[in-house]
Design a protein around this ligand. Structure first.
Ligand SMILES: *Cc1c(COP(=O)(O)O)cnc(C)c1O
Length: 234
């Protein structure tokens, strides 16, 4: 396993993280009100990739319970101990999943947001049956059809969702990461449209830079890292 460059806890960090978390929650509440949506209709997922277990624990101690990690190996090193001590934490996988890591992912994560291809759907169905544990799943949609990016193409989404349901998978929502160099709103609107016509109510969309816009367009879960933890080391 290669070393992970983690951001370590420094003196005063607890107070800083609490202040950042409070500000993000306030901004989310404002966006929810502005959009005329129900209070509490948008969850804040704290994206904790590259953060040390000590820094993550400060956010847990501030009362936060919903987290997302990008890599199975990194999560495996940081989370089992935190999960044992804080059993009400909910952990989501928000990064790409290789089929050879499916078993570990099912053990570690409550929700996997990056289901994006048939062989992964089949592996998830098989391993869930073996382990007797079925995580809730989001289908990731590559709304910008970017060749380097994970996610099912928008035009293939309906058939893929049907296929996953046929395998008995518990599909609860959709997730997207819009292209960095484009207006995010058409991508959020597209994801929302695909969810609606497939009877899915959960939409994981919006990050530090654009969560207010995502909330305006129906997001039920914003994934925020930088605005809580500060900039990650390059
Ligand atoms: C890192 C990450 C986030 C959080 O991004 P920030 O810009 O730091 O808020 C959200 N979603 C995914 C998939 C990520 O990898």
């Amino acid at each position: 396993m290669h070393a992970i460059e983690e951001t370590q806890l420094e003196p005063g960090d607890g107070a800083l993280l609490l202040a950042n978390l409070t500000k993000v929650r306030t901004d989310i509440d404002r966006a929810v009100r502005h959009a005329g949506r129900e209070p509490q209709s948008v969850a804040l997922l704290c994206a904790s990739k590259t953060q040390s277990a000590e820094r993550i624990e400060q956010v847990i101690l501030a009362g936060h319970r919903l987290f997302g990690e990008n890599r199975v190996q990194e999560a495996k090193a940081k989370w089992p101990d935190l999960q044992a001590r804080y059993p009400d934490v909910e952990l989501h996988l928000i990064g790409p999943l290789q089929t050879n890591k499916v078993r570990d992912a099912i053990r570690l994560f409550d929700v996997i947001e990056t289901l994006d291809r048939e062989n992964l759907a089949e592996a998830l169905a098989q391993e869930s049956a073996k382990l007797g544990r079925s995580p809730k799943l989001y289908v990731e949609v590559n709304t910008g059809a970017e060749p380097q990016k994970a996610g099912i193409l928008a035009q293939d989404a309906d058939a893929f969702i049907a296929k996953c349901r046929g395998l008995g998978l518990d599909i609860v929502g959709l997730m997207c990461v819009p292209p960095v160099d484009q207006q995010a709103s058409p991508h959020f609107a597209l994801l929302s449209q695909i969810a609606r016509r497939n009877g899915l109510t959960r939409l994981s969309m919006g990050m530090s830079a654009d969560f207010a816009l995502a909330i305006q367009l129906g997001s039920t879960e914003v994934r925020v890292g930088t605005a809580i933890f500060g900039h990650r080391p390059a």
